[in-house]
Design a protein. Structure first.
Ligand SMILES: *Cc1c(COP(=O)(O)O)cnc(C)c1O
Length: 356
């Protein structure tokens, strides 16, 4: 008997996928993944240690994470009357939504360039993906988006607000027009909300086909993997059927809940990051030959001459950022740098100048 080979069993679209690549960063200044550079204060860390050591790990977690959800509602001002759903990172929530709507030929629509997981997850779940290019200034091409909605009747539309990797906030009224024109769900992905100060949460009551997604990752808890989504019970009740039991582990539940009780710590850190973002932007703008794009997130997109060699020069000098060249044509010669501590940012500016 012939041994079964992966390429005769695995779906063609999976065989031709490239796995999401995470580069080695040991020993480097890590400014590639939009992590919060600060650690938690010592007293809070001590409190967490105590709670973790007394958490029974022989038992399954609370499948509904009731206490954690309560803390999230308070800390994040979730509108009363809206349901809340938790994911192992918001990536998992994107996947759950796609699985739920992936009828044969169903379309997932987003804009490009944006968060790459929308397209990847469309492929994982066998959906047809439609990516509508942004204008050259990274604003929404409304005429084109509305035409593609009309033509493709997407089951779900994802809009990152602020957008990754461009860093800008789209016009809120444009997004409202998209929600009104959509024949299906619209997810406003607010992963960078902490650095933007504007949200679609208050519009949930107005738009029954809107879900607002957030994550604790960019706020300072990337290692815990906790994302959440708010919206009307009509949708959340259906999506909950696809959530694997116990997707939020006991340690994430207890630690996240404790940190959320001190949410001011994280919001203060986000404020510091916004201050450093302004400093970094000003410094970048003094370097001749670099184009600096506006940012409402915790990273800055820049365009340099010869991005590949500049990126490599920066990397060899010990700083890891993200090279977006050779991806989307709108990102030609673009690099993305996460805002770090004051020192890390200064070091980045130094190695950038040495790499130009
Ligand atoms: C980082 C990011 C996410 C994923 O966050 P996790 O909760 O860590 O899975 C989702 N959406 C956007 C736009 C992001 O940039």
């Amino acid at each position: 008997m012939m041994l079964p080979k992966p390429d005769s069993i695995i779906r063609d679209e999976i065989l031709s996928l490239k796995a999401y690549h995470v580069p080695v960063s040991t020993g480097m200044i890590k400014l590639d993944a939009m992590e919060n550079p600060y650690s938690l204060p010592a007293d809070l860390q001590a409190k967490i240690s105590e709670l973790v050591s007394s958490t029974p790990m022989n038992r399954y977690p609370d499948p509904g994470a009731i206490a954690l959800k309560e803390s999230l509602r308070k800390a994040m001002d979730i509108p009363v009357g809206m349901d809340l759903m938790l994911g192992n990172g918001s990536d998992e929530l994107i996947q759950i939504i796609a699985m739920a709507v992936a009828k044969p030929d169903a379309v997932l629509l987003s804009i490009e360039p944006s968060f790459v997981m929308y397209k990847m997850i469309a492929t994982f779940t066998g959906m047809r993906y439609v990516g509508v290019p942004l204008n050259a200034d990274f604003s929404l091409d409304m005429q084109r988006i509305l035409a593609e909605i009309e033509q493709n009747q997407p089951a779900v539309i994802f809009i990152a607000y602020p957008n990754n990797p461009t860093g800008n906030l789209f016009d809120a009224e444009d997004i409202s027009r998209i929600i009104e024109a959509a024949p299906g769900l619209v997810i406003v992905d607010e992963a960078y909300h902490a650095f933007a100060g504007t949200s679609f949460l208050p519009r949930l009551a107005q738009y029954p086909n809107l879900l607002v997604m957030r994550t604790l990752s960019k706020l300072g808890l990337a290692g815990l993997r906790l994302g959440f989504m708010a919206g009307s019970a009509d949708w959340i009740v259906q999506l909950e059927k696809l959530r694997l039991p116990y997707n939020i582990n006991v340690l994430t539940q207890v630690v996240a809940q404790t940190v959320l009780e001190h949410i001011d710590v994280l919001t203060q850190q986000a404020k510091s990051i916004m201050v450093q973002r302004a400093v970094l932007k000003t410094q970048l703008e003094t370097i001749p030959g670099i184009e600096v794009f506006p940012s409402d997130a915790n990273f800055i997109l820049i365009r340099v001459p010869q991005a590949d060699s500049v990126f490599e020069g920066i990397r060899q000098r010990g700083v890891l950022i993200k090279n977006l060249n050779n991806g989307h044509p709108l990102l030609n010669n673009c690099l993305r740098v996460t805002v770090g501590t004051e020192q890390e940012n200064e070091q980045f500016i130094q190695v950038l100048m040495n790499s130009l």
